[in-house]
Design a protein around this ligand. Structure first.
Ligand SMILES: [Fe+2]
Ligand SMILES: [Fe+2]
Length: 296
């Protein structure tokens, strides 16, 4: 017998990581952060979670300066992980990325075009759209990208669509970050109205945030490299070495759930849950709630 809970398992599970800001060579980002080590640590946590993933999602700012060697580092770090997990990686660029270097380093093509793509995993469609506007830190989509998106979304997917874009289309708490936000949110909102888009996965803020675009939930992963201190006054951008995290996205038939997973392993104590799980597993499934929930 096993512990099954009371709800059906999600139909799809995604590991959503953002803002790795990898740099070529040995240096530390801002003199403080070993970004490659952070990325490796985050991926180790993804693997240790034991989740049966459908895809690994990386939502931009893969590198800090857009160096070609930094994209090779992305590939070298990611490839063995997705091989072991047996899942595709779904990625897009951010304002710190360089379109040409990203295209060359990760897709093997020599172009300045955004590498927008559709990846369908077990009936769930993951659409990546590069929201970085070359030469700027704020984001947006070109007319061509909106037309491409409309074309893709014209046909609904079996389990709907998840849109992955670096700049989250929500109002940022930080006035400085508002200066580099996603332009023309109403246009995107209108473009997605009536579509099968069920969630938007973003990064950029270096703070875990949640919001909505119309009726569509927006999940912002807080950053693998460093985090902006959300406890500081909103006028300040205070980078801190922690609490870095990624989001576990669970897609159910009629809803989507996001759970924040810390990159750091925190101190724990002998696991009560092992004994409890062992015991509950001996109880008939229909009696498990009563046994576990009843206060003693
Ligand atoms: Fe970033
Ligand atoms: Fe960014």
């Amino acid at each position: 017998m096993v512990v099954t809970g009371t709800q059906p398992a999600p139909t799809h599970v995604l590991a959503h990581l953002s803002d790795m800001h990898l740099i070529a060579g040995e240096g530390l980002l801002h003199g403080h952060i070993d970004t490659a080590a952070q990325f490796r640590k985050a991926l180790a946590r993804v693997e240790e979670s034991g989740e049966q993933l459908d895809a690994l999602v990386l939502s931009g700012d893969l590198t800090d300066f857009g160096q070609l060697e930094a994209y090779r580092l992305v590939r070298d770090i990611v490839e063995p992980v997705i091989d072991r997990l047996g899942v595709p990686v779904v990625l897009t660029g951010g304002n710190h990325d360089d379109r040409r270097a990203l295209a060359l380093g990760l897709h093997g093509v020599d172009t300045d075009d955004p590498q927008d793509a559709v990846t369908t995993v077990n009936g769930l469609r993951l659409v990546t759209l590069d929201s970085a506007l070359p030469g700027f830190h704020h984001g947006g989509f070109t007319d061509r990208q909106y037309a491409w998106l409309a074309d893709v979304l014209a046909e609904p997917a079996e389990h709907g669509t998840i849109l992955v874009m670096h700049h989250p289309p929500i109002t940022y708490r930080s006035p400085l970050m508002q200066l580099i936000d996603f332009e023309d949110v109403p246009r995107l909102r209108a473009a997605l109205e009536g579509s099968d888009v069920r969630a938007i996965l973003s990064g950029h803020l270096h703070v875990t945030s949640f919001g909505t675009l119309g009726a569509i939930p927006v999940f912002v992963a807080g950053g693998v490299s460093y985090v902006d201190d959300a406890g500081a006054p909103r006028e300040l951008l205070m980078g801190v070495d922690g609490p870095q995290s990624w989001n576990l996205i669970e897609v159910h038939r009629d809803h989507v759930v996001g759970t924040v997973v810390p990159v750091e392993r925190h101190k724990t104590w002998p696991a009560l849950n092992e004994a409890v799980v062992e015991y509950i597993a001996t109880v008939a499934v229909e009696d498990q709630r009563t046994v576990f929930s009843t206060k003693r």
